[in-house]
Structure formats: C-alpha cells, structure tokens
Write a protein that binds this ligand. Structure first.
Ligand code: NAD
Ligand code: IPM
Ligand code: MN
Length: 353
C-alpha cells in the first residue's frame, strides 16, 4: 500500500467541519485503491492566534514541508483583525511553498442548478489557472501620513518575468491536454499597462511554442460579463492573482455555488508540498451549525489525489460526488447536514473499484 504523508490544517469557522468530511471520503477511498493516509493535524488559525499570538511558527512551517501534501479547510475569523490569518497563514504558505499555480476548475455537474438560463453541463467546463504568488498579493506598498487628510495607501502589483512565465507555461500545457485547446488571458492591459503588457508578451512568446492552442484575450471586466452570458467561450483561463480570486467566486456562482468550488495550490515541480482547499472561506455566518456543504472540500481532495499521481482514486471520488449531485437533484430539496453529505459520498466511493 502507498502511504501518503498528509498535513491537515482544519483552520477556522466551517473549516474543521468540511475537512472532517474530506478526510472521511479519503479514508473510504483508501482500501479500494491500496492507499493509506498518515495524517498529522495542525492547530493553526484563530484559536492559536488568541492563545499565543502565533499565525505560523517557523517550526510548524518546517514540519509542513516534510509532508507530501497539505489539506486545508479555511482560515479567517471575525474575532481576529482582517488579514492577520489570511496573510500570516494562508498566503504565507502559498508563498513559502511556491504555489504559483492556483488551480480552480469551474464545471457544471449534471443535476446541479445554475442561475444561468439555457446552460447545459457541457457549456461550463473551464480551468482557471490563477497565479498564486505575485500580483497585488505580494504585500508591497505602504501607508504614509496615516490618519491625516493626506494619507496615501499604495498596494503594488508585483509581476515578474519569471513568475508570469512559469504560470503561463503551465496554462498552455494544460490547454494542450484538453479537447478544445483554448487559452484565454484575462487581464486589464488597457489600464494596468506595465503588467498587462508583460502578461501579453509572455503569452505571445510561450504561445509560439503551442501552435495548436488558440489564444484569446479579454479584459477582466468583459470576462465577468462573458462568464455569465457565454460561459462556453472559456476553456483554460490564465490570469493574475487578484483577478483570479474574483472570477473564481463568480465561476463558483455560475456552476452551482461556492459549496462546490474546489482548488489546488500547486507547486508543479514538487519542490514543496502542494496545498488543497475549497475556494470558499470560513463562512462565520453558518459555522458550527452543520450547514456547510463539504463537496468543495471533497472535490479538492480529488485534485490532491490527481496531483499525487493517484488518478484512479481521484476519478472514484469525482464519480462519487457526481452521483451524489445527481441524487440531490432527484430527491428535490432534501436538506442534509455537512456530515450526511460526507457520509453519502463516502459510502458511494467505498462501493467503487
Ligand atoms: P466565505 O466563502 O467564507 O462566505 C461567503 C458566503 O458563502 C457566506 O454566506 C457563506 O455562508 C457561504 N459559504 C461559504 N462556504 C460555504 C459552504 N461550504 N457551504 C455553504 N455555504 C458556504 O467568504 P467571506 O464571508 O468573504 O469570508 C469569511 C472569512 O473567510 C474571512 O475571514 C475571509 O478572509 C476568509 N476566507 C478564507 C479563505 C481561505 O481560507 N481560503 C477563502 C475566502 C475567505
Ligand atoms: C481564496 C481567498 C484568499 C485569496 C484570501 C482569504 C487570502 O479569498 O482562497 O480565494 O484571496 O486568495
Ligand atoms: Mn477568494
């Protein structure tokens, strides 16, 4: 049996609730696929910060580095100033472990209700490749004359040739493996001219190596419109960190809701562990009530299995989710708890070869 050394960060709010279901499904998939998960859970997030003032001690970062993958729920809590945990824990891990590909599939599963009219599952099947380590997330900038009427806050967007090229290369390679072989760069080069021109030039140059991939460009504002009016336009989308954050919440909304949107923070070279988490946050408004949909987390576990080279198990988890989503459509609006959804998917995955 292959044993996967997995670090688990349940985090805040609904994070622990949905992570428990993800682990449940992984355990159910394990025997059929000759797998075992050696998991270590790390208490990071609001409780630790209140108790010790720590977000991510260096010693914990070093321990995480020794794992094959990280499975994360969500971080952020109303009792902690905004950004402390998001920057100090989540972004710190993405940066430290060079998660330059933030992979966010947007797919409409059969049976799932979309707010878009006249849209079938085959109309929404995209892969957003969001840059994960640069852009306005880099933390460059600052404040001067704070508290005065002349206060100036700047927040610089960092775009390096190295950083843009590596994510664009990944996106082209991904597009080439997909049937439609189409790549759309989403940016705002009519305003953000320095960064936009760099992204455009890199896409042109790398694209010359992929003559069979057709390339398109959309300004991000127009892209949000087409996500809603013509989702069929999109196959692989490559974009910067902030645009990618925004358009993937929109993608989640058009493909059945944030409770279904999965992601992987990938270091393709495997120099560091990659990290898998739902697109959503800690949802303080529903935390502790068993109301969170764990499906996004379970699908993130499938992305993790794929990354680990465990395609058989990944497909089995995806299939179990797809079956459960179809069953939900048939049962009408049967309200199920977080654990009930996890149980149902785990049961289906255990029954598959
Ligand atoms: P959110 O995604 O937590 O919640 C937005 C809305 O979606 C809420 O109404 C919530 O109840 C609902 N929702 C989210 N996940 C759901 C699920 N699985 N099932 C059903 N409903 C779900 O975003 P927010 O409210 O903007 O942020 C809340 C906190 O989470 C903030 O502290 C934010 O910084 C943090 N956050 C963390 C991550 C992360 O850890 N990757 C991502 C986004 C936001
Ligand atoms: C996400 C979240 C994070 C992001 C926040 C919490 C830092 O919104 O994973 O989409 O902006 O990347
Ligand atoms: Mn987000």
């Amino acid at each position: 049996a292959r044993t996967v050394k997995l670090a688990v960060i349940p985090g805040d709010g609904i994070g622990p609730e949905v992570v428990a279901e993800g682990l449940k499904v992984l355990s159910a998939a394990a025997p059929e696929h000759d797998l075992a998960f050696d998991t270590t859970s790390y208490e990071l997030g609001a409780r630790r910060w209140h108790a010790t003032g720590e977000t991510l001690p260096d010693s914990v970062e070093a321990e995480l580095r020794g794992h094959e993958a990280i499975f994360l729920g969500a971080v952020g809590d109303p009792s902690v100033p905004s950004g402390v945990l998001e920057r100090g824990l989540l972004l710190r891990l993405r940066f430290a472990f060079s998660h330059y590909v933030n992979l966010r599939p947007v797919r409409l599963y059969p049976g799932v209700t979309t707010p878009l009219a006249d849209v079938a599952p085959e109309d929404i099947d995209m892969l957003v490749v969001r840059e994960g380590t640069e852009g306005p997330y880099a933390g460059m900038g600052g404040v001067v004359r704070k508290g005065t009427p002349h206060e100036i806050a700047t927040q610089d967007s960092v775009n390096t040739r190295f950083g843009v090229e590596r994510v664009v290369r990944y996106a082209f390679a991904a597009a080439q493996r997909r049937p439609r072989r189409r790549l759309t760069l989403v940016h705002k080069d009519n305003v953000l001219s320095f960064a936009g021109e760099l992204w455009q030039r890199v896409v042109r140059e790398v694209g010359a190596e992929y003559p069979d991939v057709s390339v398109d460009y959309l300004h991000v504002d127009a892209a949000t419109m087409f996500f809603v009016s013509q989702p069929q336009r999109f196959d692989v989308v490559v974009t910067d960190n902030l645009f990618g954050d925004i358009i993937t919440d929109l993608g989640a909304a058009v493909a059945g809701g944030i409770g279904l949107a999965a992601s992987g923070n990938i270091n393709p070279e495997n120099d560091f562990p990659s990290m898998f988490e739902p697109v959503h946050g800690s949802a303080p408004d529903i935390a502790g009530q068993g109301k969170a949909d764990p499906t996004a987390t379970i699908l993130s576990a499938a992305i993790m299995l794929d990354h680990l080279g465990l395609e058989g198990a990944a497909r089995a988890v995806e299939r179990a989710v797809a079956e459960d989503l179809l069953a939900r459509a048939k049962d009408g609006a049967a309200e199920r708890s977080t654990a009930q959804i996890g149980d149902a998917i785990a049961e289906r995955v255990a029954g598959q070869g």
